[in-house]
Design a protein around this ligand. Structure first.
Ligand SMILES: [Zn+2]
Length: 254
């Protein structure tokens, strides 16, 4: 963990203490996940882990059932190691009984894995143009943010007052958080509403860049970009999508 990231997380923790955002606001949940919760101890984690692991193994939403533990695991290497050891113990057992298909949040499906990789690549390319100073911070927070974004789905929206309510130095969320969240929203919305065939048809009709641009613009506005920044984000996003339509993974191929 870099010093810069520590500093950012401290700012985030401070902002969270003062925020007016409702507890279920997407950006607040996102921010809370990134900040460690001192009130939750290793002892509690050890107590909760067996239930968390069994829930995950039978396909229940363990992260939602044990939100404090889920967050602790993102921050505590010791407990994260214990978690992995417990999973290995359970999963190397020969399967004597039929176990439902496990739905482990950290083993996302093929589409989600492609989506995460695509979002990171696009966000880095857009960030290199729009926010070159935030690129290293983006790399630091990307994994944690993508875990949380995956949980929220692509239709997330910041409330209009989110940036101000989280009270970052500039009255705004850090650029890298907005950038990654908007890229996630734009890429996911396109990939979930269009299949590869439809994207090819749009391309043939010359309508693909404009579709990508308008979806990206809406995503940027939803995630709290100002009008000019949203326009620039949408333009960069559309240029990348136009030059390589395969950069946007689709959930279904036809
Ligand atoms: Zn711990």
């Amino acid at each position: 963990m870099t010093d810069q990231r520590d500093e950012q997380l401290q700012r985030l923790a401070q902002a969270l203490r003062n925020t007016q955002l409702p507890p279920d606001a997407a950006l607040r949940r996102l921010a809370e996940t990134l900040v460690d919760d001192d009130s939750y101890s290793h002892e509690q984690a050890e107590q909760d882990l067996p239930g968390y692991v069994s829930a995950a193994l039978v396909g229940q939403p363990a992260a939602q059932q044990y939100p404090a533990l889920h967050r602790h695991l993102l921050h505590c290497q010791e407990c994260a190691k214990l978690h992995v050891a417990m999973l290995q113990d359970l999963t190397v057992e020969p399967a004597r009984v039929a176990v439902p298909q496990p739905d482990l949040f950290f083993l996302p499906g093929a589409y989600t894995r492609r989506l995460r990789r695509a979002v990171l690549r696009l966000a880095q390319q857009i960030g290199a143009v729009l926010f070159p100073d935030s690129l290293s911070a983006l790399a630091d927070v990307a994994d944690l943010l993508l875990d949380e974004l995956q949980d929220l789905g692509p239709n997330l929206r910041a409330s209009p007052a989110a940036g101000a309510a989280l009270a970052f130095g500039s009255g705004d969320l850090p650029d890298e958080i907005k950038l990654l969240a908007a890229t996630w929203a734009a890429t996911g919305r396109l990939g979930e509403t269009l299949n590869a065939g439809q994207i090819a048809s749009l391309q043939e009709a010359g309508a693909w860049p404009e579709r990508a641009r308008s979806v990206a613009l809406q995503a940027a506005v939803d995630l709290g970009f100002g009008p000019r920044q949203a326009e620039r984000f949408a333009r960069e996003f559309a240029a990348l999508a136009a030059s390589d339509p395969a950069a946007i993974p689709t959930r279904t191929t036809s």
